[in-house]
Design a protein around this ligand. Structure first.
Ligand SMILES: [Zn+2]
Length: 259
């Protein structure tokens, strides 16, 4: 990956100084210069448009420290950024994209800012459809991240291989090999012809505990409950935020009609 963005902390230049006392500014500057970006106010240096491409510099939990294309450095609420599609853009010069207009903070706010106002339901649904998922290359085992609204697989442009939607086995005693601290991935078979019935997705590693010939339908269902699509942490977080946004949209709608 080649980074061409200016590694300059221009966030300092673009800080909104009018509403901060000079003392506060110097204090913030000192803190920024010694790279201790703890909260000393809620100064924001502006906003980022939907779709802006940014480079992740540091994961600070609820906030991500990023650099914009025009060299601004700041913090964005983690949920408002999504990982770029690495299946189609393996060597891009950005790591994330902004999912909706976002505040770029100079420092991490001391108090969690309220979530942005709810959008209309169609927009929320549209974002939810394209939440990221993890895919695994059938030849190389390469992990790529791409929007999950595809039928089973994406094609990785770099290797040309099919990368399959990762399925995890969550059985507590699953003997499958765990990778990168995540649960075991199950590779699954899909029907080759459109009118063929899909074979059930099962964990091959857990197969050794089972006597599939003699299992009751209930036991089969029980086992299948442990196998499900793996969700990226960013997707889990964002899905919850979108559910909350949808609730707030409905609440606003109700209060409008109740007036
Ligand atoms: Zn298993």
């Amino acid at each position: 990956m080649s980074l061409t963005w200016k590694p300059v902390a221009q966030g300092i230049e673009s800080m909104n100084r009018t509403d901060i006392r000079f003392r506060g500014v110097y204090f913030c500057l000192a803190l920024l210069l010694v790279s201790v970006p703890i909260g000393c106010g809620t100064a924001s240096s502006g906003s980022l448009e939907t779709g802006s491409e940014v480079q992740l510099l540091e994961d600070r939990g609820e906030f991500l420290k990023i650099q914009t294309r025009d060299g601004r450095v700041g913090y964005v609420a983690a949920g408002l950024l999504k990982h770029r599609n690495t299946a189609s853009d393996a060597d891009a010069d950005h790591s994330h994209a902004v999912v909706r207009e976002a505040v770029l903070w100079d420092v991490i706010p001391e108090q969690t800012p309220p979530p942005p106002p709810p959008r209309v339901r169609a927009e929320i649904d549209r974002e939810q459809l394209t939440l990221n998922a993890l895919f695994i290359g059938e030849e190389t085992g390469k992990e790529v991240i791409a929007p999950g609204n595809v039928h089973y697989f994406v094609v990785d442009e770099e290797t040309g291989e099919r990368c399959w939607r990762s399925i995890e086995c969550t059985h507590p005693d699953c003997p499958g090999e765990k990778k990168n601290g995540r649960p075991y991935y199950v590779f699954f078979l899909v029907a080759e012809k459109p009118n063929e019935e899909e074979p059930p997705i099962e964990c091959d590693a857990c197969g050794r505990f089972r006597d599939t010939e003699r299992e009751t339908p209930q036991q089969k269902t029980e086992w299948s409950r442990y196998v499900r699509p793996y969700e990226l942490p960013e997707t889990l977080r964002r899905r919850a935020e979108l559910d909350d946004e949808r609730r707030r949209f409905v609440d606003e709608l109700r209060s409008e009609y109740g007036r």
